[in-house]
Design a protein around this ligand. Structure first.
Ligand SMILES: [Zn+2]
Length: 402
């Protein structure tokens, strides 16, 4: 019988039940084993609401300016253009602190807000090469005791239009990246099949999952989603592919979005949104009802793309709900699931939640239930990673490395 090394008493679950949580070697074990144990450390959670660690399904740890001085946003010269924004970003990042210190500052911030797992897209292009990837891999190792990090090899400057990138992505997947990313096969690379050939080719060769940034609008976006869904099914990758943003789903008539949703659900393609600013975004309730796995991420946090965000996934859940017109408990619970259980499924985490077998990643708040948590975003009183306290009252309190 596994003996617990920590027992958390007086935990209140989302359904109101009081529960003892037993932890052994960083994982939850059966509370029955906990109650019988001698010698385990006991921690009283005081009846606080205990929720599983937040999952940020889309973040860019290599881009944020956090940790340094405020940098005024540089607007695009005319209409917003991804290509111009990428160029501005290169110029800005050349002037700020090393990626390691900025990523470390952001990691401490997201952990203090209750996040225990992120999916991080890291820029790979002919200029930057694998330098950011190497830095983020180093940081991932240094902070593995406080945050679990999936790394996506992300072609921020395109693939077809940035010769050499395909080989760099291939190298990235041999050197620490866990997934292959993509970027607007039509709008950026102007070669849908050429772009997707590389992305899915690398996925097949390395046996990795796919997560593609797709800002392309309207019917163009839906056309590309259909192409992605077909390739997913053809390769038997159902459940292993996500599309981030997929703005087009929010720009077409609901009937058309529903049909696209049925295709995505049938292909097991998940959709990530950050409920962006003033931009149309996927109708998450309609998609969820069609069977699509919808999840959320912060995406950019105080960087060259926009000055907003502080890494808080509860704020993101609120924004998803606010922008979606969510008022009922059922809808608010969907917004919360997008930052917890749904995101964990999209990231294909082997175990997640407060049940035996899952990593003991959780946080404690003063709130009645999940709908209140989404609307009020209460302070995170304590944040635990693998059963160890890593943040308290909004402040990171773990050692910098284990
Ligand atoms: Zn992104």
């Amino acid at each position: 019988m596994t003996r617990p090394d920590v027992i958390f008493e007086n935990a209140r679950l989302a359904d109101g039940r009081s529960r003892t949580l037993a932890v052994s070697s960083g994982y939850f074990i059966s509370p029955d084993q906990g109650s019988a144990a001698d010698g385990a450390r006991r921690i009283d959670l005081g009846g606080g609401l205990v929720l599983p660690g937040l999952v940020d399904g889309h973040i860019h740890l290599d881009k944020s300016f956090l940790g340094g001085p405020w940098r005024p946003h540089r607007a695009c010269t005319a209409e917003f253009s991804v290509r111009e924004r990428v160029q501005f970003e290169k110029e800005e990042l050349a002037q700020v602190a090393d990626v390691r210190s900025r990523a470390a500052a952001l990691i401490q911030r997201v952990v203090s807000r209750g996040t225990s797992q992120v999916r991080c897209h890291v820029d790979i292009d002919p200029e930057i090469g694998l330098a950011s990837l190497e830095a983020i891999c180093e940081i991932r190792e240094r902070y593995k005791h406080v945050l679990s990090i999936q790394i996506v090899a992300f072609p921020q400057s395109g693939i077809v239009t940035a010769p050499g990138t395909a080989d760099l992505l291939d190298a990235a997947l041999r050197q620490g990246a866990d997934l292959i990313g993509g970027l607007d096969p039509a709008g950026f690379d102007r070669d849908v099949n050429g772009h997707l050939d590389v992305v899915f080719g690398l996925a097949e060769r390395h046996g990795v999952d796919v997560d593609i940034h797709l800002h392309d609008p309207d019917h163009l976006g839906l056309f590309e989603l259909d192409k992605i869904a077909r390739r997913t099914v053809a390769l038997g990758m159902q459940g292993s592919v996500a599309v981030s943003h997929a703005y087009g789903l929010g720009q077409v008539a609901p009937d058309m979005a529903r049909r696209a949703g049925e295709t995505l659900a049938g292909a097991g393609v998940a959709i990530m949104t950050n409920a962006p600013g003033d931009h149309a975004f996927p109708p998450v309730r309609l998609l969820a009802d069609a069977g699509v796995l919808v999840f959320a991420g912060n995406d950019n946090i105080r960087d060259a793309w926009w000055p907003y965000g502080d890494g808080d996934m509860l704020e993101r859940a609120m924004l998803v709900g606010y922008r979606s017109g969510f008022n009922t408990d059922e809808d608010l619970e969907l917004a919360f699931a997008m930052t917890t259980a749904n995101a964990a499924r999209a990231l294909r985490l082997p175990a997640y939640g407060l049940e035996p077998g899952a990593p003991a990643d959780f946080f404690v708040v003063d709130a009645e239930n999940i709908p209140e948590v989404v609307t009020a975003r209460p302070a995170r009183q304590q944040v635990y990673k693998a059963g160890t306290l890593v943040a308290e009252n909004g402040a990171f309190c773990a050692a910098e490395s284990s």
